[in-house]
Ligand binder design. Structure first.
Ligand SMILES: Cc1cc2nc3c(=O)[nH]c(=O)nc-3n(C[C@H](O)[C@H](O)[C@H](O)COP(=O)(O)O)c2cc1C
Length: 574
């Protein structure tokens, strides 16, 4: 129970550090945050970084997450009287950086808010009263005096459509907010320990930046025009100082690989409409789990129709988020181009964005069908504000689509094993188990046989979980789940049930007898035994994660019962 108590008290601390001349970083340290979104697990917490730059005038770059309200303002007022801040630069409006903007403007109504046009529009809806503003475009400058001249770089989609970078010519610091960040919480202000951070740096890129690889490459091109960048002051994790070239280089390499991927799915939507951004992210994550690259295109900003034709031409699948019924000419032309360039053998998936005025889905789906496209997942309808379940459904829909476009590749890989080796490997056998997990309102389950005790002290075991499994996102480090052991002679019904092909978002426990474990995950009443478990670490094993977990409670329902054993003939199937 000790572990349980420890987890409930989430540690929030704040640190301020002089990171360059006249530049103070205010780092909000969120030590125990274990999720960004349901499908984005964090192993090392995160930080939200805000920066105070004092020339003759003073600017604050971004704020913090609202959970830091008290701590953040106590710290900020210790550094400066907020009414002396002249500018608040908004790199982008995602709530973890802009959560305290309204409070700050209440304290200091004379502050001029600086941001992209989209960001300012968003803030108008958030703040609800007039505030001073300055909309900036690429190349615009803001002189704070004492040499601190800021230059703005428009960097849409990194990772929100309204993103700008700000470059201080005096300190050669580029403030990038989400881009080049990582979810990593430590007392280190900088990136001196590359080995410690590189895995999280890449994971963050894969989750948030990979689908926007083209936008990353455009931003890198614009950054090159700034000549020398000494430091990248990111909004999450350590600031990049010791490895600026190395780490920006990695963004370039990954993005180039991504845009040349063998199999890609194009995801077309109107950014900032309805719930599109978050839904898109969940679908993109689901696709990425299958090893397929995703390319996001904002229909409203897609002026180059030839680029759309080229992208659709090389994509194995397409996903379209419904735009508003009365959308502008650019959006309509872009959508018609997607439709006009689609071809049979591609897969299509359509989702509503829940803007209240979406174009109807079925007429569009039927047009794609008439062209011979395969429907990769049923239309995702958004009737009310999305919940974690909606996002899970989107993720699973993305995975289904990704699995469909890679089906030939998967079959080929299975056949490539030599017959002797395949049969020999098949002699490795295991028991039969159902893993069940629940996080908030989201639950999932899977049948597993690659389960093996791995330690006495602590009591622990490993499970190999395929990277594209639905339950994978509920088995991040720190997550809790139940291992249900199936009984010899009495497992067929449960096995058959959990091996069904479930539609995205389906309730996997319908018609199954369960009771909740202490950790909330369902215990299967008909299982021989169950154990309550917590994920401690995950190892990347090619197409699977080996998930090591400890066991802290459990029971056997039939002391004489034996575990069902799974014998198989070949090693390239479970
Ligand atoms: C006998 C047997 C054993 C399995 N063992 C595992 C396993 O250990 N790990 C795994 O990721 N999948 C395993 N699977 C596949 C999953 O059971 C999975 O539920 C199924 O393919 C559906 O995938 P989904 O949950 O992602 O929709 C096994 C399947 C069978 C038939």
């Amino acid at each position: 129970m000790v572990a349980l108590t420890e987890r409930i008290e989430k540690r929030l601390t704040i640190e301020t550090v002089e990171v360059a001349e006249d530049t103070t970083a205010i780092r909000s340290l969120d030590w125990d945050r274990d999720r960004f979104d349901i499908e984005f697990g964090l192993q090392n917490g995160t930080t939200y970084n805000s920066f105070l730059i004092r020339g003759e005038q003073t600017a604050l770059v971004d704020t913090s997450h609202e959970k830091f309200r008290q701590l953040y303002f106590d710290t900020l007022t210790g550094l400066i009287n907020p009414t002396e801040i002249d500018y608040l630069i908004i790199s982008h409006t995602e709530p973890d950086h802009s959560g305290l903007v309204k409070d700050l403007l209440q304290m200091a109504p004379e502050i001029t808010v600086v941001g992209s046009k989209v960001a300012i529009q968003f803030l108008e809806d958030l703040v609800h009263w007039p505030f001073k503003r300055r909309i900036v475009k690429n190349g615009d400058r803001l002189d704070l005096g004492n040499g601190h001249e800021f230059e703005f770089v428009i960097a849409p989609n990194l990772h929100w459509p309204d993103t700008i970078f700000s470059f201080d010519h005096k300190t050669k610091t580029l403030f990038t907010c989400d881009a080049f960040g990582l979810h990593y919480c430590s007392h280190s202000t900088f990136d001196e320990d590359l080995a410690a951070i590189e895995a999280d740096y890449q994971y963050y890129y894969d989750c948030l930046m990979g689908p926007n690889a083209r936008s990353v490459l455009s931003a890198l091109k614009r950054m090159a025009e700034l000549k020398t960048i000494k430091m990248i002051a990111t909004g999450h994790g350590p600031l990049l100082y010791h490895n600026v070239e190395e780490l920006t280089g990695r963004y370039r390499t990954w993005s180039q690989t991504q845009t040349k991927a063998e199999t890609a799915i194009g995801l077309f939507y109107v950014a900032d409409y309805g719930y599109s951004d978050r839904l898109v992210q969940a679908i993109a994550n689901g696709i990425t789990k299958t090893g397929v690259a995703v390319e996001l295109v904002d229909l409203k900003a897609a002026v180059d129709l030839q680029e759309i034709r080229e992208l659709v031409g090389r994509c194995a699948g397409l996903v379209v988020g419904m735009p508003p019924a009365a959308s502008d000419a650019t959006t309509q032309a872009a959508l018609s181009t997607v439709l006009g360039s689609a071809k049979d053998k591609q897969a299509i998936g359509i989702f509503e964005t829940g803007g209240g005025d979406d174009e109807p889905t079925y007429p569009l789906l039927n047009k794609f069908r008439a062209l011979g496209l395969h429907v990769g997942f049923p239309v995702i309808e958004i009737r009310e504000a999305p919940t974690e379940n909606t996002y899970k459904l989107c993720e699973e829909a993305g995975t289904d689509l990704g699995q469909w476009v890679t089906r030939d590749r998967s079959i080929k890989a299975m056949k490539s094993l030599s017959a002797d080796l395949d049969k020999a490997l098949g002699r490795i056998s295991g028991g039969l188990y159902i893993i069940t997990a629940k996080k908030g309102d989201v639950s999932s389950a899977m049948l597993a046989s690659w389960v093996c005790q791995a330690s006495f002290k602590p009591l622990g075991f490993s499970i190999a979980v395929a990277k594209d499994r639905a339950i994978e996102s509920l088995m991040q480090v720190g997550d809790r789940f139940v291992l249900n052991v199936l009984e010899e002679g009495n497992y067929q019904k449960l096995m058959k049930h959990f091996l069904k092909r479930f539609a995205p978002g389906a309730d996997r426990f319908e018609d199954v007898k369960t009771q909740p474990a202490q950790n909330g995950a369902p215990i299967l009443t008909e299982a021989l035994a169950y154990m309550e478990c917590e994920v401690v670490s995950r190892m990347d094993c090619g197409d699977h994660w080996t998930v090591y977990s400890t066991v802290y409670a459990g029971r056997v329902s039939n002391p004489d019962g034996l575990t069902a054993v799974h014998h198989r003939k070949v090693g390239n199937h479970y």
